[in-house]
Write a protein that binds this ligand. Sequence first.
Ligand SMILES: *Cc1c(COP(=O)(O)O)cnc(C)c1O
Length: 473
Amino acid sequence: MQYISTRGEAPPLGFMDVTLAGLARDGGLYVPETWPGLDAATIAGFAGRPYAEVFAEVVMPFVGDQLAATDLARMAREAYDSFRHPAVVPLVQVAPSTFVLELFHGPTLAFKDLAMQVLSRLMDHALMARGERSTIVVATSGDTGGAAVEAFRGSAQADLFVLFPQGRISDVQRRMMTTAAADNVHALAIEGTFDDCQAIVKGLFNDHPFRDGVRLSGVNSINFARLVAQVVYYFAAAAALGAPHRKVAFTVPTGNFGDVFSGYVAARMGLPVDKLLVATNVNDILARTLATGTYQVRDVVPTSSPSMDIQVSSNFERLLFEACERDPKPVRAAMASLARSQSFSVTARSLGAMRALFSADRAAEEEVAATIRTVRREAGYLVDPHTAVALAVAEKEPRDPSVPMVVLSTAHPAKFPDAVEAACGIRPALPDWLADLGGRTEHSTVLPADQSAVARYIQSHSRAASAGAGAAA
Ligand SMILES: *Cc1c(COP(=O)(O)O)cnc(C)c1O
């Protein structure tokens, strides 16, 4: 299996190279040259199977000959052994045809763990095979950083540097990054905003001598390996509800369009997906784009679902490429327009192709709070604000009651206790195995919002930096 760039000007690569590269050299995103398919009997056979086995079957066609099937199966077993629920992604029914898919049983209580736990193992394996090391730098406004720390702590080949805005994330989120106590993991509290952190990381990637010197890698959601890992739970949930003999719809709380694009991949592989409903908070660029055909960046408004407070949804480029019948020219034009004027238009034909599977809506803050209250009252079930955005949107959409609606729950309510308590008066407790989080020793380094200060710190703490210097000498 080869991977091509959405902008058509980067060399095709195999799966492991794409996993290590992240972004394509032409600035585009990698997608597989063709979509592999799974037949009806295979999909039906997923019902009741252990999650790691379903994972191996769904993901293997994307890997091709770049990794032995036994290695992939072992990585999946190890990754999902760290989850605190035997079903890994259990379904909970909250209304006659509405099911919540709990994606928060991993070590950091958010759905990012499902992909990150596998990505770290894939990267370590690829680096080990090549005798290379790597430095991973990631900016986080919350969930990605914690998931990366848990996934990469103790990695033999990779060092991780997480940049977070000092004093601007929740206590639980910070502690998940600062209490790992592993030599290869570095939590950097930046004296600035999330945008400052992101600008520094972008700047480091654009500084080519630095990038090559420390062998910089990225683990954000543009990495195709993360998307492919997320395809698995769409199959697992749908099979549990009767697919492929029955269609299933999904509502996905969306920020960077990574999670819901994985649902699109599942549909392309043969899963009978009735509809993918994109749910946004008031940062509704995707809902506006699907309604009007114009992708127009506005300022970010802070909400109770901060992991979706995003103004540029990077993975939307992949859907655009698909909807343009995989012609990279209009994608390049759209991205140039985005860089120039913060907007681009989708042609009527491409918009029609998107609307065949996707619809979208937004939930305002009052609707999110009301949904947390209602679901608690009617179903005795506590949801976090990101899940509540999706439930609120699923509620508004016209529905065929014979098609089960699966609402993806991307975070445990205890990760956002203040918002949940404000909405319904109940403060969700952390699971027992995390109850001592508040007492664990924190390690972090405070640095100014200055790219060269961060670069110096990384240079002197990354094992890849010394290996790189040795190799150059
Ligand atoms: C990252 C995240 C999202 C958004 O996922 P995307 O793949 O960026 O669309 C939603 N909810 C939570 C809790 C998240 O951490």
